[in-house]
Design a binder for this molecule. Structure first.
Ligand code: 5RP
Length: 294
């Protein structure tokens, strides 16, 4: 085991994150055909980016605002997402099977919001994931949390199953209430997830040094939206994340809790896929929301 006393802080991150030559998803050039094909259902081959709509929150929060009815609130948005992230229960009960979005299945669970959230287990068999045509499996990693070690072991076990079947794994860096959310922490959490084999890592945006998080992670970083913000602020965050090396967003509340979710999804797409400036994307949001049903 390396001596941890007197560790030197990382310094040279070598510029913005790049994709790996030969394949449009960073770090996946040496993966098998099936896994590359599944990653291509998430990340658009023409630009290596994704707009993933996340609505898995009910797995520990129950029916939160915006997710009271997945069949009526969320299903109509699915055609405009590149990928969707949800539990298998939500997928089987509420999402039409003719959907073409890449399927990202929540694969961990256990504690509700009333308990220690880091006390998670793998909650999905790879066989069922393949049956559901999953492109990727999502699992929470609690670096610094009470059950850090088990969550990392869960991730590694899921990567083993995923590699056997050509299914990608999305490591979700979870943040506890009392944890500092800065670039140093997210460099640690994202890098551990990638080194344990995650093919994609989800994290949060930070105002200072986010480009060091994307640069030091050898697989694509996608950013969570986090709690609901005014639309322009959420679009600004997404824009900055993209300009600083993110490969897309995995956004939930800032879309489905907007008064106009379809308009917000269109605006986020403009930021991610067309490099639209936040103000221009916000204008698009306003145009699309004018006169549309909320
Ligand atoms: C819940 C999740 C969410 O999918 C993730 O946080 C993205 O949603 P939001 O944009 O609402 O933060 O992983 O555990």
């Amino acid at each position: 085991m390396a001596d941890t006393d007197g560790l030197l802080d990382a310094r040279d991150f070598g510029g913005a994150a790049a994709t790996t030559a030969g394949f449009h998803v960073k770090g996946a050039h040496a993966q098998d055909w099936g896994l590359q094909n599944r990653l291509s259902r998430i990340f658009r081959p023409d630009n290596g980016r994704t707009v993933m709509l996340a609505f898995d929150h009910g797995y520990f929060l129950g029916p939160m605002a915006g997710l009271e009815r997945i069949d009526t609130n969320i299903a109509p948005l699915v055609p405009d997402a590149d990928a969707i992230m949800m539990t298998r229960g939500a997928l089987r009960t509420s999402i039409p099977p003719h959907s073409s979005a890449g399927i990202v299945l929540r694969a961990s669970g256990g504690p509700s919001v009333l308990k220690d959230l880091s006390d998670e287990h793998i909650a999905l068999d790879i066989e069922d994931a393949v049956r559901l045509n999953a492109a990727a499996l999502a699992i929470q990693v609690f670096i610094g949390g009470e059950h850090e070690s088990r969550s990392v072991a869960n991730l590694a076990a899921l990567v083993d199953a995923g590699q056997r079947h050509g299914v990608a794994v999305l490591g979700v860096t979870a943040v506890g209430k009392d944890m500092v959310r800065d670039a140093r922490y997210f460099r640690l959490a994202t890098r551990i997830s990638a080194e344990m084999g995650a093919h994609i890592v989800k994290t949060y945006y930070v105002n200072e040094g986010f480009e060091t998080v994307t640069a030091s992670c050898p697989v694509p970083i996608i950013v969570a939206g986090g709690k609901k913000l005014p639309e322009l602020d959420a679009l600004t965050m997404a824009y900055r994340a993209m300009q600083e090396g993110a490969a897309g967003v995995d956004m939930g509340r800032n879309i489905f809790q907007s008064e106009y979710p379809a308009a917000m999804l269109a605006a986020v797409r403009a930021v991610v896929h067309d490099d639209a400036k936040p103000e221009d994307a916000y204008e698009l949001f306003r145009e699309r929301s004018a006169g549309s049903a909320s």
